[in-house]
Design a protein around this ligand. Structure first.
Ligand code: GTR
Length: 322
């Protein structure tokens, strides 16, 4: 029987050290955006904690693809990690559509209270069934409408205006129910489309409105706060299942720490972005009656519950979170 001598064994071990795994990490936002800074901390922490067994490499600016495409790449294992918004996730994991119902959360604290608890776990379970492991939840503030034409005071002001929405039919219904026209479009195409008049407006939080430079062309930002959508640090399940339980634990800890860092950076950036937007001459207005926007969403809820009766309880449970 073949036996390795001790020195041959030692040589074999030196020749074949444990392979470092590079984890391609997707991010839509540019360098310096809170989510990207937090992902970079995550990458550093993971490499250090696993002693180089896992090395996440962050690709900011959506260079690995637009969001719906990147989600598919994650499910195929071509991208290992990403910071995803739950909006475009709805087309793949229907339960996450609940998070895209306008005004589902009263405010950001309500969103955190739900997502950091048992309800967040229900979304994680649904994602996992689709091949996506959610490790922690980031903040993305609340979204409001902006456009190149005029302040929106009432839903009637949206009449005839064309708004870009993220890829999810719920947002098309949302804008339609308010009286505007919706066009799903990749985030990276919005700036040019605003500039050339292909669209009149879009909707987002202050940091995205600012970092994308949309505020340079859309001079009216109207505070509707219609969507509060959580974002995850998510890993491909195929990659996760090949990771040792010890390393899974280290990666999870790093993701939780990164999300906490993101939330702090987010609060600072939101203030800074708001100030920058206002200084640039954007007219920011409160809407006349926020309830008018909220009640216009009744048909959207009714249609959603009719099509997804199994998700009604989840909606009620979220609404019941203190
Ligand atoms: C941002 C979000 C991105 C992307 C973008 C968009 O607020 O962080 O993930 O969803 O909005 O509007 O496409």
């Amino acid at each position: 029987m073949f036996r390795m001598t001790t020195s041959a064994l030692a040589l074999a071990l030196i020749a074949a050290p444990a392979m470092a795994e590079t984890w391609r990490t997707w991010a839509i936002h540019p360098e310096g955006y809170p989510n990207v800074t937090a992902l970079e901390s995550f990458a550093e922490d993971v490499a250090e904690a696993t002693e180089g067994r896992i090395e996440p490499q962050v690709y900011p600016g959506g260079v690995l693809g637009a969001q719906p495409d990147a989600i598919e790449q994650l499910r195929a294992g071509a991208i290992a990690v990403g910071n995803f918004n739950m909006g475009p996730m709805g087309e793949i994991v229907p339960a996450t559509n609940v998070l895209s119902l306008p005004f589902i959360f009263r405010d950001v604290d309500h969103m955190h209270a739900a997502m950091d608890g048992e309800i967040g776990q229900r979304f994680s379970d649904a994602l996992s069934e689709a091949g996506i492991v959610a490790l922690s939840w980031m903040d993305s503030g609340s979204r409001s409408f902006y456009n190149t034409k005029k302040p929106i005071m009432t839903p009637a002001d949206m009449d005839g205006l064309k708004f870009r929405v993220m890829s999810n039919d719920l947002y098309v219904q949302m804008v339609d129910s308010l009286g505007g026209n919706a066009t799903p479009m990749a985030y990276g195409e919005v700036y040019q489309s605003l500039k050339t008049g292909v669209i009149d407006g879009a909707e987002n939080n202050y940091p995205s409105f600012e970092s994308s430079n949309h505020y340079e062309v859309a001079k009216y930002y109207s505070i509707t706060n219609h969507l509060i959508i959580p974002e995850c640090i998510c890993v491909a399940k195929s990659v996760w299942d090949e990771t040792s339980p010890e390393d899974q634990e280290l990666v999870r800890e790093a993701a939780v720490a990164a999300a906490l860092e993101q939330r702090e950076l987010w609060a600072e950036r939101s203030e800074a972005s708001k100030a920058q937007v206002m200084e640039s001459g954007v007219e920011v207005n409160e809407v006349e009656d926020p309830m008018a926007f909220q009640s216009a969403m009744e048909p959207v809820y009714a249609k959603f519950i009719e099509a997804n009766p199994d998700l009604e309880q989840l909606i009620r449970d979220i609404q019941a979170v203190e």
